[in-house]
Design a protein around this ligand. Structure first.
Ligand SMILES: O=P(O)(O)OC[C@H]1O[C@](O)(CO)[C@@H](O)[C@@H]1O
Length: 536
């Protein structure tokens, strides 16, 4: 395997100076040969510096770590989350009803389907108004209280699926900052609001604190018994009962569903309430189709595997330490934030499975904003900055607004223009001509040419799909989940734990009394100084 890494690095050194445009000039079929499809979704990676040799070596890399067996192990319920001794089975949440997936000898699919049916019955009753408020009205609003994996997915999905949203309005509170819950509840009527408390562990301080605030808000309007207005989603059913949430409205899941992989099950309840069980089912079907593709498609045609290998190429071989995700789809505006948890909490690790230090970089910084907004903000750096940042564009062939087709055409033109500009750049000579046309001459034209030229050769991939339907949205999210898995397997890390979030939580618990006035003399000078400055 180390030999493959060396060959990749040597090949990169030998080809680094080749302009991307040369690859197209030398190969009329480059687009066809450097793109792959899963159903109607296309991944175009022809605007990267991969050539046949590099791609073959990357595929060999995936084979050398036995990626296909690792996929099979994950999907069949092996305990691949070795630091927590857990299976990793978000794929089972969306598996066909008749699938058999065993954990410790027990098929978990019937249990998943049972909870899904319970969610469906509850969501339907709420949407139809047959499940009613304490005062006998229909619920108009749902407030989901959760954070991280118990928030980011449902927030992203309810925005993504807005054209299908025909249920009660959904709102989300995550931050422990009281401003968040204050501002969300300020616009709502407690008499017609359902509060869903979503926490895998039911111990997360932000969620427990916000839940208590919301319960007090309900009690202020409805009296002591507010249980009709509460539902919970958790693996810790003892703790939901202790909070006074009736079992009938508690939707459980198992510890083999990671928080950031959980919106396919009960954590997706607000999504189901918003769009209904049928559209939620299509969302699951889209992700299941991507699971099947990931498991069955050869690596050369496998979208998640290819996306992962391209990530490894950019990160480890080209040395690009970040990647920008740029959805030209306003309804995917929270995809970058979702991917920050999915990718960076999964692959932001420094040690291998055996605890030894990694020999090379793992997860890159992931960030982004929807196009075209980003164009008017940070694209300057993408085009002319000193760092190369590989970009990932997402774009639909059609929008949901036929009457605004012209705007969708503008969106598409902008998306294609950006990947083209990043690749082509603009030479110094061309830039000088432009400067002259703008009235500069002599040394002024030379000076301006530096400012007006673009280095080009900046790699991008484009993910194109017909329309952002629930099915396609499910495909997109599963594509990214499996990309993260692919990269994690290549780096030899556990992508399913998150020990790095512990220390800050522990210190916050110890700091709270000091914020409230207790002795802080044992703290460092900076922390003491800040405590003094922030004291009220
Ligand atoms: O669903 P819970 O248990 O409240 O956890 C919320 C989030 O907190 C984390 O554990 C990180 O602090 C995430 O992994 C998780 O999604």
């Amino acid at each position: 395997m180390s030999d493959i890494w060396q060959q990749l690095s040597a090949h990169r050194a030998a080809t680094e100076a080749t302009p991307l445009t040369d690859y197209f000039a030398q190969d009329a079929d480059r687009f066809a040969r450097y793109s792959a499809s899963a159903g109607e979704m296309l991944l175009d990676y022809s605007k990267t510096a991969l050539d046949d040799t590099a791609r073959d070596l990357l595929v060999q890399l995936a084979e050398s770590v036995d990626l296909k067996s690792r996929i099979a192990a994950m999907m069949s319920g092996a305990k691949i989350n070795s630091t927590e001794n857990r299976a990793v089975l978000h794929t089972a949440l969306r598996a066909p009803k008749d699938a058999v997936v065993e954990v410790d000898g027990e098929n978990v699919v019937p249990g998943i389907q049972k909870v899904l049916a319970q969610m469906g019955a509850f969501a339907t009753a709420l949407r139809e108004g047959s499940y009613q408020t304490k005062t006998g009205k229909a619920f108009t609003d749902v407030v989901n209280i959760g954070i991280g994996g118990s928030d980011l997915g449902p927030v992203m999905a309810t925005l993504a699926l807005a054209p299908y949203h025909d249920g009660p309005a959904c709102h989300f509170v995550s931050n422990v900052d009281g401003a968040h819950i204050h501002d969300v509840l300020a616009g709502l009527n407690p008499e017609t609001t359902l509060v869903v408390i979503a926490s895998k562990t039911f111990t997360t301080i932000e969620t427990m604190t916000n839940a208590e605030t919301a319960i007090q808000w309900l009690k202020g309007a409805l009296g002591e018994d507010v249980s009709t207005h509460l539902a919970a989603v958790s693996t810790a059913l003892d703790k939901t009962a202790a909070m006074g949430i009736p079992d009938a409205r508690v939707f459980g899941f198992a510890d083999w569903v990671g928080g950031r992989y959980s919106m396919w099950g009960p954590i997706g309840l607000p999504i189901m309430i918003a769009v209904g069980p049928e559209a939620f089912g299509e969302f699951l079907a889209g992700s299941a189709a991507m699971d099947q593709h990931f498991r069955d498609a050869p690596l050369m045609e496998n979208l998640p595997a290819l996306l992962g290998l391209i990530g490894v190429w950019h990160n480890n071989i080209c040395g690009y330490g970040s990647r920008a995700v740029l959805p030209y789809d306003q309804r995917l505006s929270r995809l970058p934030a979702y991917l920050q948890q999915l990718d960076m909490e999964s692959n932001g690790k420094s040690v291998a499975l055996d605890g030894s230090p990694l020999p090379r970089a793992s997860g890159p910084v992931v960030w982004g904003e929807p196009g075209t907004n980003g164009q008017h903000a940070f694209y300057q750096l993408l085009h002319q900055g000193t760092q190369v940042i590989p970009t990932e564009f997402l774009i639909a062939a059609t929008g949901h607004e036929p009457e605004l087709a012209h705007q969708h055409n503008l969106l598409k033109a902008n998306c294609l223009a950006q990947s083209e500009a990043l690749m082509l750049g603009r030479s110094w000579d061309e830039a000088r001509e432009i400067a002259i046309a703008r009235g500069f001459d002599g040394v002024d034209a030379d000076r301006m040419a530096g400012h007006l030229s673009f280095p080009g050769n900046r790699p991008s991939v484009t993910i194109a799909y017909p329309k952002l339907t629930p099915f396609v949205f499910g495909q997109i999210v599963a594509l990214y989940e499996h990309r993260v898995f692919t990269e994690g397997v290549i780096w030899g890390i556990n992508s399913f734990d998150q020990w790095g979030v512990e220390l800050g939580k522990e210190l916050a618990t110890r700091l709270l009394p000091m914020v409230e006035g207790a002795d802080a003399s044992q703290k460092d000078a900076s922390t003491r100084g800040l405590l003094a400055k922030l004291s009220t």
